[in-house]
Design a protein around this ligand. Sequence first.
Ligand SMILES: Cc1cc2nc3c(=O)[nH]c(=O)nc-3n(C[C@H](O)[C@H](O)[C@H](O)COP(=O)(O)O)c2cc1C
Length: 238
Amino acid sequence: MFELKLEKNWYDAMAMRSSVRRYTGAPDKAQLDRLGVLCRKLSWQGVTVRMFRGPGLRSSIKGTDVYAVIVAKQGTPMEMEGFMGEALVLEATAMGLGTCWLGAGFYPDIVSRNVNLQNDEAIHCVIALGKADLKPAEHKRMPLDKLCGMTEEQLAALGAWQKDAVLAARIAPSAINMQPWTIKADGAGISILERGVLYKKYAALDRGICMLHAAVGAYHAGREAMWKKVEGGYAMRA
Ligand SMILES: Cc1cc2nc3c(=O)[nH]c(=O)nc-3n(C[C@H](O)[C@H](O)[C@H](O)COP(=O)(O)O)c2cc1C
């Protein structure tokens, strides 16, 4: 579960990514073709990722009409939608494109019609994609000690991969930046667990995004993540 071939350049992409709501244009044909190939690779384990161009995005997104839709089969853990979607986000960022996850910023009826949504499928989010002037992002996130109760030095003492995984997980995006997770790290691995928040609608999807970041961080340190379902979230060994 959560098997995916990660790319080395997704690590730097995490530092460059922030939500873009004003674009200078739609991706060009070569970029769309590349994203289309990736969408096919991301379409398994219960989700299908498809690109569209045209109506569907609400007016909070300006300058592009291109978006990716994540369709989940009934019974698929919502974390998978975040995991696969964030892979698309990081690849698009590595290509120099801007992105924005959208839970509310799209028209569900138009998008559902576009994908010919079936009774056993659901769409929770789309991702806007377009040309943008990317700069290293300033991520407003909870401090490390609140996130995992440890300092960077304490994490590094556990292992380089635990440190890189937790630092990468810290900057993961989430709906209204709620960061609805807490992280437990020890010598064996790290766990990404739910944290009590008021707005829970996307908490599991957010957790999947956070898991992808953690996996990319561990991969940067030379380790491949394996995930296991645990009470309240997922645990990673690498
Ligand atoms: C699941 C999810 C849903 C989101 N929905 C919206 C949305 O409907 N409209 C919007 O403008 N931003 C949306 N965002 C973007 C978040 O507000 C943003 O990721 C968060 O505030 C962190 O900021 P950053 O992405 O710039 O790092 C969403 C993000 C996620 C992960």
